[in-house]
Design a protein around this ligand. Structure first.
Ligand code: URA
Length: 435
């Protein structure tokens, strides 16, 4: 088979066979097909779309590019949560220790920043020393004994996703239902889980900006999960503004610490607890929603979820002193406020552009080899619907120097929109559950 012919076939919108998909992905993973040919095929898949058959074949090939974990010998429930990607979406870091503290085993395989969205691995690595590259044995042992382990795709687990993910990140080929489905589900199936809750983001900061597309993505993810015998539920949640207040790796970890101390922002906690409740209800179908929420609140109030986060960090080589006293991590040398230039009500924000602006600051990558600046990002001080007075601080920029802060300020100062009329609608955090 010739890579050239496969790219050409897909670029004409024709359906690829299982053999062609297996050949292409396997050769890309072992290095015999170069990035430029893979990028061309990704773009053809992105533009022409893929059938259900092709999506399943891609998922299976990516899954089989590495090993699959097996936790069937454990008595407990083994589950995970994954998001389709958003701005300020730090739910995994809060939810994994909450569920672990409630006895759910969480073998979490995550990704790095993708497109304009942040990634769990980059957030974790903003904790000095945190190692997301454990061996299979270390990962398994943590999941069994400590309930939670947080790692990335490795040479052993989903290596195809690791390479494809990095390439999609910089070639604008993320926003595709089949490519997102295969990327997420190959990692999740490889984890050997019984239950999966998916946070499908919708809105102007999500890959799926249109509601119908987000529904289609949720259905695609849930249907692949079910075909592999995993109890799978998707929640459609709002991404028309950043989730919580922080955007940027360490700033988000700091916010997670507040959440784990029971002091998190309402939108972030609502989404986190709703996702967690789905997992707890999968484990115990008789459990009522309110009890599932209360159980999670209890482990936040008692400190056991925070203690588990500290324990996981320690085992994975992270410096726990910065979790216990976040101020010791230091902060960006340059800070600059974005000020409201009129009175009114906060009507909308260009969420995706804020994500791209965070990349400008160094919180994400422009090319595959870029280094992340862990301290840079934004803190948003207002939520949609808030009454705003001219001169209010809408957001603070954290940058590595004044020049960069100024350059980013020049762009983001125009990302906030106001209206004269009071906004009486409430902004939903969760729209719909798809199972
Ligand atoms: N998360 C993933 O793991 N992959 C995607 O493609 C999008 C979000």
């Amino acid at each position: 088979m010739l890579p050239y012919q496969i790219i050409e076939k897909k670029s004409k919108g024709k359906e690829l066979s299982n053999e062609e998909i297996i050949f292409f992905i396997d050769c890309f993973t072992n290095g015999s097909i170069p990035d430029y040919q893979m990028s061309a095929l990704l773009m053809a898949m992105f533009i022409k779309g893929m059938t259900t058959e092709e999506t399943l074949a891609l998922t299976k090939t990516m899954l089989e590019s590495g090993e699959r974990m097996d936790f069937s010998h454990l008595d407990g429930f083994v589950a995970d949560k994954h998001s389709t990607g958003g701005v300020g979406d730090k739910v995994s870091l809060i939810l994994a220790p909450i569920l672990g503290a409630l006895g759910v085993h969480i073998p979490m395989i995550s990704g790095r920043g993708l497109g304009h969205t942040g990634g769990t691995l980059d957030k974790l690595e903003s904790i000095p020393g945190f190692n997301v590259n454990l061996s299979n044995e270390q990962f398994k042992s943590m999941v069994e004994n400590d309930f939670v382990s947080l790692i990335g795709q490795t040479g052993n687990i989903c290596p195809a996703d690791k390479k494809l993910y990095a390439l999609r990140d910089v070639t604008a080929t993320v926003r595709s239902i089949p490519l997102i489905t295969a990327s997420i589900m190959s990692k999740k199936i490889a984890e050997g889980i019984n239950g999966l809750v998916l946070d499908v983001k919708v809105g102007n900061g999500a890959f799926m900006t249109a509601y119908k597309d987000a529904q289609k993505l949720a259905e695609s993810l849930v249907s692949v999960g079910k075909q592999y015998g995993i109890k799978t539920v998707a929640l459609l949640t709002d991404m028309n503004q950043p989730l919580g207040n922080a955007i940027g790796n360490w700033l988000e970890v700091e916010e997670c610490i507040e959440c784990l101390k029971g002091k998190g922002p309402e939108d972030l906690m609502d989404v986190t607890l709703a996702l967690g409740a789905e997992i707890l209800k999968m484990r115990d179908p008789k459990l009522l929603m309110e009890d599932a929420i209360k159980m999670q609140m209890d482990v936040l109030e008692s400190g056991t979820a925070m203690d588990l986060f500290v324990k996981i960090t320690k085992i994975q080589g992270g410096d726990v002193s910065v979790l216990l006293d976040p101020k010791t991590r230091g902060e960006s040398p340059a800070k600059m406020d974005v000020i409201a230039n009129q009175d009114g009500y906060f009507e909308s924000v260009r969420t995706m552009d804020l994500g791209f602006a965070a990349i400008e600051l160094g919180a994400g990558r422009k090319t595959m080899t870029d280094e992340i600046d862990p301290l840079s990002g934004f803190i948003i001080h207002k939520k949609l619907g808030d009454k705003i007075a001219r001169g209010d601080v809408m957001m603070t920029i954290y940058a590595k120097d004044e020049k960069l802060a100024q350059a980013v300020h020049e762009k983001v100062k125009d990302y906030f929109y106001f209206t004269d009329k009071a906004i009486d609608e409430t902004y939903p955090h969760i729209y719909e559950i798809i199972n």
